[in-house]
Design a binder for this molecule. Structure first.
Ligand SMILES: [Zn+2]
Length: 425
């Protein structure tokens, strides 16, 4: 029997207290946690006070396969996830083919299982091509293992389609995840419509494109009783709408990305497409609102929207470059550094946002706590030493991120999935 022993790791025990512990892993599970474990092990890892947490969960990643393997594959995306400390991810369906049919879905799911280094749950699409008015066969897709339904990358443009989709998702008890964007208010924009877009002379996306469609969806969600999840929330109006909807008993959850928490349009240094994403970086007021929403529980979780692209697609002007940034290898470090180390939030809160709430909202198997008997899906982070993010360290094929050059704490030392090493520094 192989046994892995992690010596002297800091574990979060209670009331945000860290305690040095030894953790013994065998047969894919945690079998002992104690001040000192002397049981002989096949391998011993000296954690030297690094932080041991349950593996992180990201409900919003783009692994690009099939269809766009030049941007990312399931293999590279999941290696990047493991390097970020993630052991479970939910993969978006803007692929080719789109998993809107059971045949495409089961093929994509099988590829995830064959090539994934971490647990990958696959979203199915709300509709064919992410644009059709015909809602997919959710009953069969749910039976085939679809974790939830979304047309991420595109907003659902008509209320009638959204109503049918929410009714179908409610029936099969799966969340309906929305990328909210009314295309009639996009106006060919490449960044947020406002002061900065005018200064840079770039076309702007009206922020009402997000909040107006969200308002519509929340009303339909209330009428259908579906669990409605808002992807990458980014404006103050959206946060206010979700807060109100929660107060009215709407079953709504929301995620925010690290970049919308840490950057705003004033950080856009010039015509640099590494700052181009959808939704775009908003105003400082919006940024403060998403932070406040996360801290008061209106926003439930942090999700990366990991969106790798090729260099050719990003190293060009804002106009013409692809939307999206790579994020799964930097999110924990950025969040730890700017929220926990800076004192805005506690480590316990961060783990709520990056482990517990994603698991609860999407009803994922596994455990969110380090306890004896739990599956050994774990991550070990060096929180003592500063690190500067560089483009050449990524395991993702995508290096498109404005956080290159940032100094952070919390580099991943080790990630275990079912007790097996998925990443080791
Ligand atoms: Zn999206």
């Amino acid at each position: 029997m192989t046994r892995l022993l992690i010596k002297q790791a800091h574990l979060l025990v209670h009331d945000n207290e860290l305690k040095l512990q030894d953790v013994l892993i065998s047969e894919g599970k945690i079998v002992e946690i104690a001040d000192e474990i002397t049981t002989p092990a096949t391998r011993t890892i000296e954690a030297q006070g690094a932080l041991l947490t349950p593996g992180l969960v990201d409900v919003h990643v783009h692994f690009r396969e099939p269809g766009f393997a030049y941007k990312e594959t399931v293999a590279t995306g999941s290696q990047a996830a493991a390097r970020g400390g993630f052991t479970t991810v939910l993969a978006m369906p803007n692929l080719d083919p789109v998993p809107a049919t059971p045949a495409a879905f089961t093929q994509i799911k099988a590829n995830n299982e064959a090539n994934g280094r971490v647990h990958i749950y696959q979203y199915a699409a709300i509709s064919e091509g992410l644009t059709s008015a015909d809602v997919s066969d959710m009953e069969t897709l749910a039976a085939d293992g679809a974790i939830a339904f979304t047309n991420d990358g595109k907003g659902v443009q008509t209320a009638a389609t959204m109503l049918t989709a929410m009714q179908a998702a409610a029936k099969v008890k799966r969340p309906l995840v929305a990328h909210v964007e009314d295309e009639s208010l996009v106006n060919g924009g490449v960044m947020n419509l406002g002061k900065r877009s005018k200064e840079l002379g770039l076309p702007g996306i009206d922020p009402l494109s997000e909040s107006s469609q969200l308002a519509r969806d929340l009303v339909i969600a209330k009428a259908t009783g579906v669990h409605y999840h808002v992807a990458h929330i980014s404006t103050k109006e959206s946060v206010d709408l979700v807060r109100f909807a929660k107060s009215q008993g709407v079953q709504v959850t929301a995620e925010v990305s690290p970049h919308h928490l840490l950057l705003d349009e004033t950080d856009i240094t010039g015509d640099n497409a590494y700052f181009k994403m959808n939704p775009p970086l908003r105003t400082p007021t919006d940024r403060q609102a998403v932070i406040a929403g996360l801290l008061d529980g209106t926003i439930d979780m942090v999700a990366t929207d990991h969106a790798p692209h090729s260099l050719a697609e990003k190293q060009r002007s804002f106009i013409g470059a692809a939307f999206g940034i790579t994020g799964i290898e930097t999110s924990f470090q950025l969040m730890y550094t700017h929220f926990v180390k800076s004192g805005i939030a506690t480590l316990e809160q961060l783990l709520q946002w990056m482990v517990v709430q994603p698991r609860v909202a999407f009803n994922l198997p596994g455990q969110s706590e380090l306890t004896v008997g739990a599956p050994a899906d774990l991550a070990l982070f060096d929180i003592a030493h500063a690190h500067t993010i560089t483009a050449d360290e990524f395991l993702s094929k995508g290096v498109n991120t404005p956080f290159i050059g940032a100094t952070v704490y919390g580099q991943t030392v080790l990630t275990l999935v079912n007790g097996q090493v998925a990443y080791e520094a």
